[in-house]
Design a protein. Structure first.
Length: 202
């Protein structure tokens, strides 16, 4: 069972992941890209040219994809849809329209969308919780978060995720952590029942 929380930075995915892990018995697997940037000698705060940024995104995808395959019975706070939305929100503003760059981007997009099949469920966490500045957290950029949110909604609701992956969009008004955890617990229970049914145990 793999459950992924999808959403912009600072929407509460990590907090919800930790709390949901306690309630559901799933392990929480926090994800970070810092080690990738460190390994390849790049700074995540710098805006790189598109070709270089796509190279970085491929490295990040390979590292996280290995984790998505390695760990089972886990909740992840970053998914392939997050990677794709970050790429589109960040990188595509200066996108050159040459064949090689377009082909690299389309291949990356396909990799991200295909990797969603590794998840039993994807839960989109929308902006809504009170934003506070926190050390070691991304800067609270509300327009960017809303743009990211729109991209993820398009992928979640637009038929891009395989039908075998259960998708749920957490309502914006559902802000209480306890209620969010209960919602996640219900999704986990549903997915476990579906998996047992597939194995003829239902």
């Amino acid at each position: 069972m793999r459950l992924g929380f999808v959403g912009a930075q600072r929407v509460g995915k990590t907090t919800l992941g930790e709390a949901s892990a306690e309630k559901t018995g799933l392990a929480f697997q926090p994800t970070t890209t810092k080690q990738v940037f460190d390994r390849i000698g790049r700074d995540p705060k710098i805006h790189y040219p598109i070709q270089e940024r796509l190279t970085i995104q491929y490295e990040i995808f390979e590292e996280l994809n290995a984790d998505w395959e390695r760990y089972d019975n886990c909740i992840f706070d970053r998914t392939p849809l997050d990677l794709l939305a970050y790429t589109e929100a960040d990188v595509l503003r200066d996108f050159p329209n040459d064949d090689i760059t377009v082909e690299r981007y389309m291949r990356y997009r396909e990799m991200c969308l295909n990797a969603t099949a590794k998840f039993d469920a994807l839960v989109h966490i929308q902006p809504g919780i009170k934003l506070t500045e926190a050390r070691l957290s991304a800067v609270a950029n509300v327009p960017y978060m809303e743009h990211f949110n729109s991209l993820v909604l398009a992928y979640m609701l637009g038929g891009f995720v395989p039908s075998s992956t259960f998708t749920y969009v957490m309502p914006r008004a559902l802000l209480d952590l306890g209620n969010r955890v209960n919602t996640v617990s219900g999704i986990v229970s549903r997915c476990r029942l579906v998996k047992r049914g597939r194995r003829g145990v239902l």
